[in-house]
Design a binder for this molecule. Structure first.
Ligand code: NDP
Length: 486
């Protein structure tokens, strides 16, 4: 099998397997071919992973931050040097086109490790003067962190969680999605090659039950999940039993608002990136595109022309712009949303059908857009996670803000307008953790990323992530005799 790793798991510095674990077939989404066969982690392996993390974390947490950073920087160099090979593996694991994976997946993972390696040595406490006595604070690592990933950006997610956790002195046990288990193993291998002590970054494979076992283990101090809202609710509740720290990066139904004065070609381009990149499988996608009525037909005309020119095909061909969905299950789900939108009276602008004749059993679907979508249609309410854009129209600024906010989600939002004052006014009123003005879906590691409302708690990336991978110890220092009343 062309992407078979040495073994299913990476624990305490080495690949390990246990054939007693249930089988996980890894499927190349462009062909339906099984490219690797792994096993779920058995309870004994889960225990080994957590034990090795707990063992390794103490010395790592006590190490000088610049020394930890030096090791992480070596990992960055290795990732960058191997980007072509790693990106090809990412394409096989996810089906995403190589022209995306070579610039977006591992490269942004490397950026995250580089950023947090640089940041960690600058993290300090504060001194609080009390006129003689004083308090000083220490930012300490949390201990053993669990990372659980979704399948849409498997290697980026592994890096985005590992980077702040490790840089700030924690250890991590990471469980990738069972749909895309391969990239995280490479990250574990690279950390060891970079000189990281064994046990600090372990990878265990498995379905939800393995995740659940990790989340409830008493050795675990923190859980960071990227996944859907229903999984987030379960994981958050389980973590609460042990009063564990959590970061929840969950789903969205984000609004992208296009006012009549916007640069229309940029707005169309951003709406396409925010609905079709990674075959629409991005949590922060602007899946409710609100277009002001005066420019709606012009917007739709330009969108249709550009969408129909998108090149679908073999993800390993550098000219391919869109690959398949990640799995048969995801294809079925997305096609059901398309049928539902038609049944509910949305106007099909482009796409709407399976695609990829000649692609074997691949899970291809045409880039699809619907107009005349109304707020109550299922397509405007639920996360599709596929290349299906819903275009809604609006008249006024107040109206569109109220409708944009009328959702349980609050991950992201975007606004396109030439009016600077309006852009800031609108963004100030949007209920979303991440907003863009005249741009969409750019998530550089320097900026915090995360959601409000049901889309999550905590932040990844940026300085904000330090809060979520450290805890504050306050130390009161008495400088004089103790003044006791008895
Ligand atoms: P899921 O919620 O189905 O799964 C997420 C991860 O949680 C998987 O590794 C899954 O394992 C695991 N899991 C499932 N049940 C449990 C449990 N009870 N305890 C512990 N772990 C569990 O999400 P998908 O993988 O389908 O990913 C798509 C979702 O992720 C979308 O909703 C999307 O919006 C969201 N997402 C959010 C992002 C963000 O940053 N906000 C970014 C990317 C995606 P397994 O898959 O093996 O069952």
């Amino acid at each position: 099998m062309k992407a078979q790793p040495i073994a299913s798991h990476f624990i305490d510095g080495a690949y390990v397997d246990d054939a007693e674990g249930a089988v996980i077939d890894v499927v190349y989404p462009a062909t339906g071919e099984v490219i690797a066969r792994l096993h779920e982690a058995t309870p004994a392996l889960i225990d080994r992973a957590l034990a090795s993390a707990a063992r390794a974390q103490g010395a790592w947490g006590a190490m000088r931050p610049v020394e930890r950073a030096r090791i992480l920087r070596r990992a960055v160099d290795i990732i960058r040097a191997r980007n072509a090979e790693l990106s090809e593996l990412e394409t096989l694991d996810t089906g995403k086109p190589i022209q995306e994976t070579t610039v977006a997946d591992w490269p942004s993972g490397a950026d995250a490790i580089e950023f947090f390696a640089g940041l960690a040595p600058t993290v300090t406490g504060e001194t609080v003067p009390l006129g003689g006595d004083f308090v000083y604070t220490i930012r300490e690592p949390l201990g053993v962190c669990v990372g659980i990933g979704a399948w849409n950006y498997p290697s980026q997610i592994a890096c985005w969680k590992a980077a702040p956790a490790l840089a700030l002195g924690n250890a991590m046990v990471f469980k990738p999605s069972e749909v895309t288990p391969l990239g995280a193993l490479k990250l574990a291998e690279i950390f060891i090659e970079a000189g990281m002590p064994a046990g600090l970054f372990n990878v265990v494979q498995g379905r939800g039950a393995v995740g659940a076992a990790l989340v409830t283990d008493p050795r675990v101090a923190k859980v960071s999940l990227t996944g859907s809202v229903p999984t987030g609710q379960k994981v958050y509740a389980a973590a609460a039993q042990g009063i564990r720290h959590v970061t929840m990066e969950l789903g969205g139904k984000s609004p992208l608002i296009v006012f009549e004065d916007a640069d229309l070609d940029s707005a169309v381009g951003a709406a396409m990136l925010g609905n079709f990149y990674s075959t629409g499988q991005i949590c922060s996608n602007g899946t409710r595109v609100f277009v002001q009525k005066g420019v709606r037909e012009d917007f739709l005309r330009r969108l249709k022309a550009r969408a129909e020119a998108i090149r679908l095909g073999d993800p390993l061909d550098p000219d391919t712009q869109m690959g398949p969905l990640v799995s048969q299950a995801q294809l079925d789900k997305v096609l059901a949303y398309v049928e539902g939108a038609m049944a509910q009276g949305a106007r099909l602008v482009t796409g709407g059908a399976r695609a990829g004749q000649g692609q074997g059993q691949g899970y291809f679907i045409q880039p699809t857009a619907f107009a005349d979508v109304t707020d109550d249609m299922t397509l405007a309410c639920e996360e599709v996670f596929g290349p299906v854009m819903a275009v809604l129209d609006f008249d006024t600024e107040d109206e569109v803000i109220a409708r944009a906010n009328d959702t349980q989600f609050g991950l992201a939002a975007g606004v396109f307008t030439a009016d600077l004052t309006r852009a800031h006014r609108v963004v100030a009123r949007l209920q979303a953790g991440t907003c863009w003005i005249n741009a969409y879906n750019l998530t550089p590691v320097e900026g915090p990323f995360g959601g409000v409302k049901m889309s999550g708690v905590g932040r990844e990336n940026g300085r904000a992530a330090v809060e979520h991978y450290t805890q504050v110890k306050s130390v009161y220092v008495g400088m004089g005799p103790v003044d006791a009343p008895y």
